[in-house]
Design a protein around this ligand. Structure first.
Ligand code: NAD
Length: 351
């Protein structure tokens, strides 16, 4: 299989590329602009492999996209490139509209042109997977789960831009017949996660004895999925998902943010004891505007139709993740240094 992955240098994209290249033996073109969130060091283990290529390009650049399709001739596109940080979308939404909305539109147009020109046999094989978030559904109360039929009700500029891109992708299916599938996933965590997001930020601040900022009273609930489980789900949906359909992806791991932070403190105290119990570093900070109260995913369609199951529980996944950050300072130390003072330690991402 020849797979074009957009955003393959990001957190989830790099997990997907490692899975496709190393475990499945697919031939992968990683197409990434390398914004602050893109990091080729996350792909050291596949760099130099015959079945892996990288092109630095912006998905908004139509000529560059057309060139990449013509040269690589993908059987499949897995579209992950996006601006993904909710706090950044609140302080500056422009990049989110450009990449998530205009970039997805550009990619759809180039993919449509490419797909329409393919010989019939290859045209039948082609698929375009659009990777999205459960945040498009808005916020839940204490009860209920997001289903594929839940109406869209996004709260932040980030989730609104992702909602717009989901609608575009579905319109390209209904209007032009482009063979698309859409996935909407809950919060991911795991190795190689950029240290501005809640879990890596908490692990690294706690390791270094710094304060652990928690929005509001930490009551917001997120449904956590280990990133390698998401990568397997994406491959499954791209291969066997029904065209034009949406599949929700989640791990049935609802946790309040404060409980996530406390659990990380406990694990770190056991793995790498510090001078004081890490929980003492927790500091409640002013809540994010428009902060969704609860996300929780019903993934039963993906489980029953396509046979996917999460392999990690939150307990096993979070322990592996903490261990990985302890053992891989080479990866995160340069990022911490580069973004020191800009956001780290002040901002956190819980979406
Ligand atoms: P990320 O921010 O870690 O990575 C995004 C990648 O896209 C980076 O490598 C960046 O360089 C690249 N990129 C950004 N703009 C680009 C452009 N214009 N052209 C080409 N490349 C560009 O994001 P992530 O957390 O890995 O998320 C990947 C996808 O999964 C996103 O579409 C996101 O909406 C979705 N998603 C994320 C989560 C999560 O918990 N992180 C959950 C559900 C869905």
């Amino acid at each position: 299989m020849r797979v074009m992955v957009t955003g393959g240098a990001g957190f989830i994209g790099s997990a997907l590329v490692r899975h496709l290249v190393q475990t499945r033996g697919d031939t992968v073109l990683n197409l990434d602009k390398l914004t602050y969130a893109g990091n080729l060091a996350s792909l050291n283990c596949v760099a130099g492999r015959e079945n892996y290529r990288f092109v630095r390009a912006d998905i908004c650049d139509r000529a560059a996209m057309a060139e990449a399709f013509a040269q690589f001739r993908p059987d499949r596109v897995m579209h992950l490139a996006a601006e993904s940080h909710v706090d950044r979308s609140i302080t500056g939404a422009g990049d989110f509209i450009a990449t998530n909305v205009v970039g997805t539109f550009t990619l759809l147009e180039v993919a449509r042109d490419y797909w329409q020109r393919l010989p019939a046999t290859e045209r039948d094989r082609f698929r375009f997977l659009h990777v999205s978030t459960d945040e498009v559904y808005g916020s839940l109360g204490d009860e209920g789960l997001f289903e594929e039929t839940t109406p869209y009700d996004p709260s932040s500029p980030y989730s609104a831009s992702k909602a717009a891109s989901d609608h575009l992708v579905k319109a390209w299916y209904r209007t032009y017949g482009l063979p698309v599938v859409v996935s909407n996933c809950s919060n991911n965590y795991g190795p190689y996660h950029f240290p501005e997001k809640l879990i890596p930020l908490t692990i690294l601040n706690a390791l270094e004895g710094r304060r652990l900022p928690v929005y509001g009273r930490g009551e917001n609930v997120r449904d956590w999925l280990y990133v390698d489980d998401h990568a397997r789900a994406l491959e499954c949906i791209a291969s066997r998902g029904r065209l034009g359909e949406t599949y929700n992806v989640g791990g049935r791991n609802e946790r309040r943010n404060i409980d996530v932070v406390r659990r990380i403190c406990m694990i770190l105290d056991a793995m790498a004891p510090g001078p004081v119990p890490r929980e003492r570093l927790i500091e409640f900070v002013e809540d994010r505007p428009g902060h969704d109260a609860r996300y929780a995913i019903d993934a039963s369609k993906l489980e029953s139709e396509l046979g996917w199951q999460a392999q990690e529980t939150f307990e096993t996944g979070i322990s592996r993740t903490v261990r990985w950050y302890i053992d891989n300072e080479w990866w995160w130390r340069p990022l911490r240094a580069r973004y020191e003072g800009e956001r780290l330690g002040l901002m956190q991402e819980v979406a």
